[in-house]
Write a new protein. Structure first.
Length: 82
C-alpha cells in the first residue's frame, strides 16, 4: 500500500525538487517534491476535521444525556409532589 501512495519514494522526490532542471535553472517548488510536502498539511487539516467532528459528537451526546437526566429528575420531582 505504501508503494501505491508513494510514501517510500518521498525522500527521492524531495531531493529531486532541490536539484536543477534540464536547463540549469533551480527546480521550481511546485515540481515533484511539493506534492509530498502538500500532503502533510492536507492530512493534518483532515485529521483535525475528523477529530473535531468526533469531539462534537461526544459533546452533543453528553449534553443530551445531561438533558435527559435533568428531565427525568424534574419528572420524578413532579411525581413526588403530586
Amino acid at each position: 500500500m505504501l508503494r501505491t501512495v508513494g510514501l517510500l519514494r518521498a525522500p527521492r522526490l524531495l531531493r529531486s525538487s532541490l536539484r536543477e532542471d534540464s536547463h540549469g535553472d533551480p527546480a521550481h517548488p511546485w515540481r515533484a517534491g511539493s506534492l509530498f510536502l502538500f500532503t502533510i498539511p492536507f492530512c493534518a487539516i483532515l485529521l483535525a476535521f475528523i477529530y473535531s467532528f468526533a469531539l462534537n459528537r461526544n459533546v452533543l451526546a453528553f449534553l443530551s444525556r445531561q438533558k435527559a437526566e435533568r428531565l427525568a429528575l424534574e419528572a420524578q420531582a413532579e411525581a413526588d409532589q403530586g
